[in-house]
Design a protein around this ligand. Structure first.
Ligand SMILES: Nc1ncnc2c1ncn2[C@@H]1O[C@H](COP(=O)(O)OP(=O)(O)OP(=O)(O)O)[C@@H](O)[C@H]1O
Ligand SMILES: [Mg+2]
Length: 430
């Protein structure tokens, strides 16, 4: 623990870079002390110097990790000593564990109040973070985690809350709902995490997120993570973080997601046929196809099913029970093709998605990066295809300028064969 952190904890007044914190009348919350480290069971490169407890190290080994990723190496020690952080690192490089590991180190297992909160933009992501934290807490039996998201019965969530979870993972809307009902109190929270921070602070969410932050004691540790950042992140940082440290892991060498990007010019009328051609190649085991609207996701999925493909759809019009079930089945590899809107663009971690296809180009540049980042995760290799109609080419140029990357152009010839720039067929089998 640093002197700064001690100062923060003892007095409840940290050196602030932003304006006075709201909710300052609430009693300062003391962060519990870290659990004792014992003999570590296994050498895990990069993790062993971090003073991580035996139970969490064993869980990390059980998850099959051998070495900490760059964002983990750089932010876990900072978060362990209590710093407020903005952590920016490429997609699929382990940001969840970067905040999840330190979260489990500071927990008073006897305390009945909620101690730590993670906010995430989508229901599926909230559930996934809950699951990753459960895995990290595998050897700490007393840890209870509640996941609160819209579309699930409030009663079921009340039952979870009655068990006095130490950790809550929530979407902002449902968290506000519980705060208003009085079923959640945040006066004992010492750690707040915003995952996908830039998305959480955009227009759709920022009011709710600020209302939640205002209910948490100002002495809390506040960390934000994402693969992309925005001016809103800096504004909220200035307002609510204490001497924040920004860690940016650039997409170079070992931290660069291995994604080969292809752009295929198509006419609007041909788009569907071109998509069917890509799917017919049978080259990719697991595929995510992104559309811009719920309607298009639904229509496209229906068409794919009619054409004999084993696909499902995931978007805001699918009832929550079914959404959860589809995500679970997709993660388990029960069907190969997921047609989805941007609800699945951020944070979703499905093992071995081999190809991402942009059926529509996203409206925002960041979303291109997040969408294609569903593949090429954790050092695996993936491909991303964008089917670009003539009217989308201007949008594509903007995206590529933002991405600072040069995808490979592919073209369909007059006979409908997809060819590389050198004229060779792209797929050998069709
Ligand atoms: N040190 C590690 N070694 C190997 N795999 C890891 C390590 N840390 C995390 N992973 C795994 O890598 C995958 C991607 O992690 P995670 O979902 O946290 O990425 P992310 O950086 O949050 O990506 P995104 O920006 O898309 O949200 C997960 O399956 C996770 O379990
Ligand atoms: Mg993530």
């Amino acid at each position: 623990m640093t002197q700064d952190q001690e100062h923060k904890e003892e007095t409840g007044v940290a050196n602030q870079t932003g304006p006075e914190q709201s909710g300052a009348e609430e009693a300062p919350v003391k962060k519990p002390s870290r659990r004792k480290k014992q003999e570590s069971p296994k050498q895990l490169a990069g993790f062993e110097d971090m003073d991580i407890s035996d139970e969490v190290l064993r869980a990390v080994a059980r998850m099959g990790f051998h070495e900490a990723t760059s964002i983990q190496k750089q932010t876990i020690p900072l978060m362990m000593r209590g710093d407020d952080i903005i952590g920016i690192a490429p997609t699929g490089t382990g940001k969840t564990c970067a905040f999840g590991i330190p979260m489990l180190e500071y927990m008073d297992l006897k305390e009945t109040r909620i101690q730590e909160v993670v906010l995430a933009p989508t229901r599926e992501l909230a559930m996934q973070i809950g699951e990753e934290l459960e895995k990290l807490a595998y050897y700490i039996r007393e840890v209870k985690i509640a996941v609160l998201y819209g579309g699930q019965s409030i009663g079921r969530q009340m039952d979870q809350l009655k068990k006095h979870p130490q950790i809550i993972v929530a979407t902002p809307g449902r968290m506000i709902d519980h705060l208003e009902r009085g079923s959640v109190r945040l006066d004992g929270v010492h750690t707040l995490v915003l995952d996908e921070a830039d998305e959480m602070l955009n227009m759709g969410f920022v009011k709710d997120v600020c209302r939640i932050i205002d209910r948490i004691p100002p002495t809390r540790q506040f960390v934000m993570f994402s693969a992309t950042t925005s001016q809103d992140v800096m504004t909220i940082s200035w307002k609510y973080q204490h001497e924040p440290i920004q860690v940016t892991v650039r997409a170079t060498k070992q931290d660069k997601p291995q994604i080969t990007q292809y752009v295929i010019p198509v006419t609007r009328e041909d788009k569907l046929d071109r998509l069917l051609y890509l799917l017919d190649s049978d080259e990719y085991g697991r595929i995510m196809i992104f559309t811009n609207t719920k309607f298009m996701a639904h229509r496209l999925n229906a068409t794919l099913q009619k054409n004999g493909f084993d696909s499902e759809e995931l978007h805001g019009d699918v009832p929550q029970g079914k959404r959860s079930q589809i995500m679970m089945r997709y993660k388990k590899g029960k069907f190969p093709i997921l047609v989805c809107t941007d609800v699945a663009a951020r944070g979703i971690d499905v093992d071995d998605v081999e190809a991402v296809i942009n059926y529509d180009l996203p409206q925002e540049n960041e979303y291109y990066l997040h969408r294609i980042g569903r593949t090429g995760r954790a050092h695996k290799h993936g491909v991303a295809f964008t089917l670009m109609s003539f009217t989308e080419s201007v949008r594509m140029d903007e995206i590529l300028k933002y991405m600072k990357s040069k995808p490979t152009d592919l073209k369909f010839d007059d006979a409908g064969i997809l060819r590389k720039e050198d004229g060779e067929p792209f797929f050998e089998n069709i």
